[in-house]
Design a protein around this ligand. Structure first.
Ligand code: GDP
Ligand code: MG
Length: 441
């Protein structure tokens, strides 16, 4: 995709904002990429439409092409759509014994995932876990879980031949209570395809156990069929999250996007191999990068934006060292602060601002104040911005009125700017290097 995109945009030399045509051309390619990654058609269509609305009119960063910029926007939107749970790796296992029900098609990785999650719960949260296999169909399925249990040091419910899944679930529940377990996990049987009997069985087990979590295990290589599977299971059984397995293979992860978009269920974990440690909580960025297959472009665009910010900071630093700090600088500072969500960000970028930022924070200056101050600066003329000392009463009145604010607020802004200019002058005198760094601490 990245090759195709750069081809499309080779002829495009203009900079500035993304035009509707730029965006459309790039998104045609993105749509193909989504379909190639097994995203279902309606989901891909909706997604592209949403991105189109967002991207048109956005400013293009100086050192990247419009095509790369669109990809970045697409990537960010993918991450946005894929992100479901704030903390996908946190299973709800309070109120012991907490039941976890594992459902999914045969061979999707339920038994393996059951053991992987049990190991995680035991090792990371110190939980005492009991695992039970309800798979009465497949020969040796119960033994498979038992063997994994021994391997990871987690108890399994003793095997009793001839019981029904519901009977096993009941016995697991009793055993979990009596044995003082924090969690019990029910590994159900699957089928090659969804059928009424499978669903019926899972529903009965659900009613017996009343699970805190019902995790649907889906093979990440399944592709589009995953949407039907997820929809069906969620409608009939109710699902609290999805585990996407076999993401160590060459599946692109398009199923994840489709399932998330159609069912709204969060992806919670990703299986990355057959080993018991090969599972991690879901990271939207990783899947987004995979779906697009172009992590490098995304990081390139991010880098370009960083570079520009760093260049800006350096230019300002030079001005400050000469003792210059007018309203243009002030505005840039204020906007930077707003963008970075407050004082913290600016501190990292400009060590010299640390003290001033602290003072402002102590004085109770918040985001809305930034916005009003920027509005004040915006209603100044160029001359006034460059030389704020020329502001007399009549000019002040005009500026305040232009911003719809009081003169007192403008005075506050002027005071702040003078203080900062003073500080910059002092720092400038100390010169570059050690002394300056020292003073900033
Ligand atoms: P179940 O029928 O749903 O219980 O599926 P199993 O847990 O028995 O898994 C079927 C096969 O898939 C086994 O050979 C597992 O080792 C393998 N498997 C499960 N999860 C993963 C994964 O994330 N990556 C890979 N490569 N193999 C997996
Ligand atoms: Mg199994």
């Amino acid at each position: 995709l990245s090759d195709r995109l750069s081809g499309v945009f080779e002829r495009l030399t203009k900079q500035g904002a993304l035009s509707e045509d730029d965006v459309k051309t790039a998104l045609r390619e993105v749509r193909v990429a989504l379909l190639e990654a097994d995203v279902s058609l309606p989901v891909a269509r909706d997604f592209v439409k949403a991105v189109q609305d967002k991207a048109t009119g956005q400013a293009v960063t100086k050192s990247v092409t419009p095509g790369q910029q669109v990809v970045k926007i697409v990537h960010d939107e993918l991450v946005h759509v894929l992100t479901g749970d704030e903390d996908p790796g946190k299973l709800k296992v309070d109120n012991p014994p907490a039941p976890i029900l594992m459902v999914g098609l045969q061979g999707s990785g339920k038994t393996t995932t059951t053991a992987k999650l049990a190991k995680r719960l035991k090792e990371r949260e110190g939980k005492k876990v009991l695992m039970a296999s309800l798979d009465v169909n497949r020969p040796a399925a119960m033994e498979q879980l038992q063997i994994l249990g021994v391997q990871i040091g987690v108890d399994t419910l003793p095997i009793v031949k001839g019981e029904s899944p519901v009977q096993i679930a009941k016995r697991a529940k009793t055993q979990a209570s009596l044995g003082g377990y924090d969690v019990y996990m029910l590994d159900t049987a699957g089928r090659l395809h969804i059928d009424a009997e499978l669903i019926q069985q899972a529903a009965e087990v659900r009613d017996v156990a009343n699970p805190r979590e019902t995790l649907l295990v889906v093979d990440g290589l399944t592709g589009q069929d995953a949407v039907n599977v997820a929809t069906e299971f969620d409608d009939k059984i109710g699902v609290s999250g999805v585990v996407l397995t076999r993401m160590d293979g060459d599946g692109r992860g398009g199923a994840a996007l489709s399932m998330r978009a159609v069912t709204g269920k969060p992806i919670r974990f990703v299986g990355l191999g057959e080993k018991m440690d090969a599972i991690e909580e879901f990271h939207a960025e990783r899947i987004a990068g995979r779906i697009l297959g172009m992590g490098d472009i995304v990081s390139l665009v991010e880098k370009a934006q960083e570079t520009i910010e760093a260049e800006q900071a350096e230019r300002m630093m030079k001005r400050f060292q000469k003792g210059r700090f007018n309203m243009n600088d002030m505005k840039m500072q204020l906007e930077q602060m707003q963008k970075m969500g407050g004082m913290e960000g600016i501190m990292g970028m400009m060590p010299g601002m640390k003290k001033a930022a602290k003072q402002m924070e102590n004085a109770g200056i918040d985001e809305s104040v930034f916005k009003r101050q920027v509005a004040l600066i915006n209603s100044m003329t160029r001359k006034e911005r460059a030389n704020p000392q020329i502001l007399q009463a009549s000019r002040k009145k005009r500026i305040a009125k232009g911003a719809g604010l009081e003169v007192s607020e403008l005075n506050q802004l002027l005071k702040m700017q003078r203080q900062m200019a003073d500080m910059m002058k002092k720092m400038g005198k100390m010169g570059k290097g050690g002394a300056l760094k020292q003073a900033m601490k």
